[in-house]
Design a protein around this ligand. Structure first.
Ligand code: FES
Ligand code: FES
Length: 400
């Protein structure tokens, strides 16, 4: 059991919970907030969307423990929200719901769209809605309802309400110390410190500190390349060659230490094209390097920060090299809802393994990484299928 404390619809709650419980189950079963609907429970349909620290998040793929000390808002928590009131009215007027199953998630996403894209046209609305599925309406009424609210806001602005929404996190934060226990939970005496995340070999204290940064996700993995350490180390310093081993990545500028570039990713119905810059810090004596980068996807306006640390060590009497990789990242914006799921972590591990085989191919003189990686999107959809199959195979004791 883990102890967590958070606010749900401005009410502080505190107690113990199994780490495997996702936020959707926690809200429905422990908080009795059944307005949050669960459809696919795979992060696809959007029915379970809630706000965590004012960002839309899929509660079915977010562990409740990951929301420790955060502010969660469900559809029940918008009673005094003028913007949500306008959306609700507009949904009714434009027949934007039938069975209503998708409606809580749809309204929360609609509110986010209205806040982020005050000048959105129909194409933009449809694009932003693509992560919320409705089996009844055909979307016409939903799109019309959002368009009507956007038009109305031009005539009757909502500056105060929007400002209030933006300030909500800061306003409720001081309430945390007066927490109360979950109805069915046993209160524990104190909230334990966040667990430290294991760092790869040779990782220094500054990286251990960074691994504990709030909101960051860290993933450790390693792969073995059948070449001597010095050869692999020299290769890893050649940024264009390393970039060629990442599908969908493209360098636009680089020198020995800094790069600018972009990477295209497709995740089910969502596409992202992150453009940004990164800096490489290498320690030749320790054969260890850190690439620190940041970028933005201009379609979804999601932002990403990430550090990739890799440390090389000899294996098999020096004929092979183990590359220990730690990826730490934080996503902000609409894509943040995908950052914490186990599926995505498995996907990233598969990506790291794929990266290792591409490096092996390049070092061996093979054409495997293919010339124009920028031309192919990094298709999480197809890779995710292999990850899902791997999970199923493990479940039944088969080899993935
Ligand atoms: Fe479908 Fe969460 S239940 S995305
Ligand atoms: Fe039925 Fe959308 S109104 S699923």
């Amino acid at each position: 059991m883990s102890v967590i404390e958070l606010t749900v619809n401005d009410l502080p709650v505190r107690g113990e919970i199994e780490p495997r419980v996702h936020l959707g189950d926690f809200l429905r079963d422990e908080q009795h907030l059944t307005g949050t609907h669960l459809g696919c429970e795979h992060g696809v349909c959007g029915a379970c969307t809630v706000l965590v620290d004012d960002q839309p998040v899929r509660s079915c793929i977010t562990f409740a423990v990951a929301c420790n000390r955060q502010q969660v808002r469900t559809i029940e928590g918008f009673g005094d929200d003028e913007l949500m009131a306008r959306l609700r009215r507009s949904f009714s007027q434009h027949h934007a719901l039938q069975c209503g199953y998708c409606t809580p998630g749809m309204l929360i996403t609609a509110r986010d769209i209205v806040q982020r894209f005050p000048d959105a046209d129909e194409a933009r609305i449809r694009l932003e809605l693509s992560g919320n599925l409705c089996r009844c309406t055909g979307y016409m009424g939903i799109v019309a309802a959002i368009k009507a609210v956007l038009a109305d806001l031009k005539v009757h602005p909502l500056a105060e309400a929007l400002e209030e929404a933006a300030n909500r996190v800061a306003r409720v934060a001081p309430a945390l110390p007066q927490s109360h226990t979950f109805e069915t939970f046993t209160a524990a005496p104190a909230v334990p410190a966040a667990p430290s995340i294991p760092a790869p070999a040779n990782t220094g204290s500054s990286d251990q500190a960074s691994a504990q940064r709030k909101g960051w996700t860290a993933i450790d993995d390693s792969f073995v390349v059948p070449f001597p350490l010095e050869k692999v180390w020299a290769f890893m310093g050649d940024l264009p060659s390393v970039t060629a081993c990442l599908p969908g990545a493209e360098l636009t500028e680089h020198d020995d230490e800094a790069v600018k570039g972009k990477i295209a990713i497709k995740f089910g119905p969502m596409s992202a094209n992150f453009a940004g810059a990164a800096r490489l810090e290498r320690n030749d004596a320790a054969h260890r390097a850190v690439m620190r980068g940041a970028g933005q996807d201009n379609i979804s306006r999601s932002r990403a920060n990430g550090d990739v640390t890799y440390a090389l060590s000899p294996e098999a009497g020096g004929t092979s090299t183990r590359v220990a990789v730690t990826l730490e990242y934080m996503l902000q914006g609409p894509l943040a809802q995908f950052s914490r799921s186990g599926l995505v972590k498995d996907f990233v591990r598969r990506m790291i393994a794929d990266f290792g085989s591409r490096i092996t191919a390049q070092l061996g003189g093979s054409d495997a990484p293919q010339a124009s990686p920028a031309s192919q999107k990094f298709n999480m959809g197809s890779l995710i299928w292999s990850v899902v199959w791997g999970r199923i195979a493990r479940l039944f004791g088969k080899q993935a």
